[in-house]
Design a protein around this ligand. Structure first.
Ligand code: ATP
Ligand code: MG
Length: 418
C-alpha cells in the first residue's frame, strides 16, 4: 500500500526544530506579559460568516484562500485564516469590552490558507497574535507597534524595516476609493488580470499588487494622504510622533494597504531583509469597524500578527540563538540485566526531582548505553557490586571522574552538581 504523506502546504515541526519554536513562544509570552497582554485560546474553526463579514468578501483570503466545508449538520465552517476576527468575536461574546472596558489579549496557533506553498508560505502556518481592544486613541497603535518591535529585538532579529501607512476610515476611504477607480480605469489596459477584477471590487488592493506593470501604474496613483479626513490625518501624525518618541525609525509606504478589509487608519508591516519574496514577518493595524461588521457594538481595536514560521526561518538564517538546546542531564546505565530494575527506579527518582534523566528500555548492551550517555553530563552506573552494596557509580562525563554514592543519596548528590 502506498504510504500516506502530510497534505501539500503542511509540514511536521519535528523535535530538531520544535524546541526553537518553544523558545520563540516563551519569549513572546514574556514580552506579552511585560506589556500587560493576557493569553487566550480560541477555536481553530469558526462559522464561515465570521470571516466573510469580518475579513471582507472581496479580500484574497475570503475569495480564494479559505478552507471552508459543511459540517455534519450542514453548517458552513471555516478553518481560521487569521486570528483577529476570532479574538473580536470572543470579546463580544464574553462581554470583555462592555462599558468602556478594554482588553489586551494575545494568542498563538495555526492558521489555514489555501495558497501556493513556497519558502515561508504554507497552508497551515502559525501566528503569534496580539490585539488591544476598546481603545481608539493613537497611543494603543504605538503600544502595539512597539510590542512587535520589542518581540523581535528580544529574539535577536536584525535587518528589519518598519513600514507604516494610513488607510483612512469609513468617512474618507470611499472618497479615496472613488479617486482610485477613476485613475485605474483610465489605466485599465496596463493592469494584470487580477487587478482588472479588483478595479470594481477592491481597488485599494491594486496598490499592493506585486505585478511590475501594476506597480508602475500605482506609483502615480492618487495619494491617500490627500484624501484623509482631519481625524485620520491627526491620528497618523500622533502615531508617528509616538514612534519617534520611543526612538524608532520607520518608513512610510503609501501603497501598504494590507489584505484585510477591516483595517482603518494605521496599517503597518515589519519586513525582513533576509526573506526574499515572502518578506513580511509581521503585519497589523487598526480595525475600528470590525466589531460592528460582525454584529457587535462599537469596539475599536488595533493589533498585529507575526508569522512564526518566517520568524524561525530568519532567526536560523541570521544565526540567532534559541536559548539552551534540550538535552538529558543524567544517563543511568545498567551493567547487567539484573541491574535494569534498579536503574529504572533511580531514573524515576531523578525525574521526580526535576532532573532530566534517561535509561535504556530497549535491551541495549552496556556499551551502547554508554555511547548514548556520552551526550549527558553524568552517568549513573549500576552492576553487581553496586547492587550488593546499594550504591551507584556516578561518573562525571566532562572530566571522567567517578565516585561511589549510596543509592538513596544519589539524587541529592546530583542535585548539587546540575
Ligand atoms: P503576505 O503578504 O506574505 O501574504 P499577509 O499580508 O497575507 O502576508 P497577514 O494576513 O498580515 O499576512 O499575516 C501576518 C503574518 O503572517 C505575515 O506577515 C506572515 O509573516 C505570516 N503569514 C501570512 N500568510 C502566511 C503563510 N501562508 N505561510 C506562512 N506565514 C504566513
Ligand atoms: Mg497573504
Amino acid at each position: 500500500m502506498p504510504s500516506i504523506n502530510a497534505p501539500r502546504g503542511t509540514r511536521d515541526i519535528l523535535p530538531g526544530e520544535s524546541w526553537k519554536w518553544s523558545y520563540i513562544i516563551n519569549t513572546a509570552s514574556k514580552v506579552m506579559k511585560d506589556f500587560g497582554f493576557r493569553e487566550i485560546h480560541l477555536p481553530v474553526f469558526e462559522h464561515t460568516e465570521l470571516f466573510s463579514r469580518g475579513v471582507g468578501e472581496t479580500t484574497d483570503i475570503v475569495e480564494k484562500e479559505m478552507y471552508t466545508f459543511n459540517d455534519r449538520a450542514g453548517r458552513s465552517i471555516t478553518l481560521r485564516p487569521e486570528a483577529t476576527a476570532g479574538v473580536m468575536r470572543a470579546a463580544i461574546e464574553n462581554n470583555l469590552c462592555v462599558q468602556g472596558a478594554n482588553a489586551k489579549l494575545w494568542s498563538w496557533g495555526p492558521m489555514f490558507r489555501h495558497e501556493r506553498p513556497q519558502k515561508g508560505r504554507y497552508r497551515q502556518f502559525y501566528q503569534i497574535d496580539s490585539e488591544c481592544l476598546g481603545i481608539a486613541g493613537p497611543g494603543a497603535d504605538v503600544e502595539i507597534i512597539s510590542l512587535s518591535i520589542e518581540l523581535f529585538r528580544r529574539l535577536g532579529l536584525r535587518n528589519l524595516e518598519v513600514v507604516i501607512n494610513s488607510v483612512g476610515c469609513e468617512k474618507c476611504r470611499p472618497v479615496y476609493r472613488q479617486k482610485l477607480v477613476e485613475y485605474f480605469t483610465a489605466h485599465e489596459s496596463e493592469l494584470c488580470e487580477t487587478c482588472k477584477g479588483r478595479l470594481s471590487r477592491n481597488p485599494l488592493r491594486i496598490l499592493d499588487c506585486k505585478n511590475e506593470s501594476c506597480g508602475r501604474v500605482s506609483d502615480d496613483a492618487p495619494d491617500i494622504f490627500d484624501s484623509l479626513c482631519d481625524e485620520c490625518r491627526g491620528h497618523f501624525a500622533q502615531v508617528r510622533e509616538g514612534l519617534e518618541q520611543l526612538g524608532f525609525t520607520y518608513t512610510i509606504n503609501k501603497r501598504l494597504v494590507r489584505g484585510l478589509d477591516y483595517y482603518t487608519k494605521t496599517a503597518y508591516e515589519i519586513l525582513s531583509g533576509d526573506l526574499g519574496a515572502q518578506n513580511a514577518v509581521a503585519g497589523g493595524g487598526r480595525y475600528d469597524n470590525l466589531s460592528q461588521a460582525i454584529g457587535g457594538g462599537k469596539i475599536p481595536g488595533v493589533g498585529f500578527a507575526c508569522g512564526l514560521d518566517r520568524v524561525a526561518l530568519v532567526m536560523e538564517e541570521q544565526g540567532c540563538t534559541f536559548g539552551e538546546a534540550p538535552g538529558i542531564s543524567v544517563y543511568c546505565a545498567a551493567l547487567d540485566d539484573e541491574s535494569r530494575g534498579m536503574i529504572q527506579s533511580l531514573t524515576y527518582e531523578l525525574r521526580k526531582a526535576g532532573i532530566s534523566a534517561e535509561c535504556d528500555t530497549a535491551g541495549k548492551s552496556f556499551k551502547s548505553q554508554m555511547k548514548i550517555a556520552g551526550a549527558c553530563k553524568f552517568a549513573c552506573i549500576v552492576g553487581a557490586d553496586e547492587r550488593m552494596n546499594n550504591t551507584v557509580a556516578v561518573k562525571n562525563l566532562s572530566d571522567g571522574t567517578q565516585v561511589s554514592v549510596p543509592v538513596n543519596e544519589a539524587v541529592k548528590y546530583l542535585e548539587g552538581k546540575i
